[in-house]
Design a protein around this ligand. Structure first.
Ligand code: SME
Length: 158
């Protein structure tokens, strides 16, 4: 398991999100292109926390299709309701999975993934337009700080 800059600097998860927020906002807020925004958000999160995989899946018809990401190769399409990403889409809520082996239907893109959080992003009309998926090699790696830090990113895509 690689160690992130934030861990070496001794910052808590919440403190790291707080430090990261203005940096991400500076790079992303005035950028109108969705792919450019997603790409930099994925890179910022991957670099700061050394998560295994950080990336976006976009709603295209009745599937999620892979978008910008950082990490190992991933499955490119996920059906609605399938896996953690498909569940976060169909239930339109953030899902935290402390142990992926205990989540029915979890899609293992990498056998190194142990825990996961998926955050849906919404159109003004309320439907999910894409999800942010973060995977960790550590069991039970995601908590409230992650939920708050990642859901806050919605403001940059509004
Ligand atoms: N684990 C996810 C699939 C995507 S990847 O892990 C990158 C899921 O169950 O939805």
């Amino acid at each position: 398991v690689s160690e992130s800059l934030s861990l070496r600097a001794g910052l808590s998860r919440a403190e790291t999100y707080a430090e990261l927020w203005p940096q991400i906002r500076a790079v992303v807020a005035d950028e109108p292109d969705l792919v450019a925004k997603m790409a930099n958000v994925a890179a910022a999160l991957k670099e700061s926390f050394a998560f295994l995989w950080v990336g976006f899946y976009r709603v295209v018809g009745d599937e999620l299709v892979l978008g910008p990401f950082q990490g190992p190769l991933a499955c490119s399409r996920i059906a609605r309701g399938r896996g953690v990403c498909g569940a976060a889409w169909s239930e339109a809520r953030t899902i935290v999975v402390p142990d992926v082996d205990k989540f029915p239907g979890h899609i293992a893109c990498s056998s190194a993934s142990r825990s996961e959080i998926v955050v849906p992003f919404f159109a003004p009309t309320g439907e999910v337009v894409f999800v942010l998926d973060v995977d960790s090699e550590r069991l039970d790696d995601f908590g409230e700080a992650d939920r708050e830090g990642l859901e806050r990113l919605r403001g940059l895509f509004a």
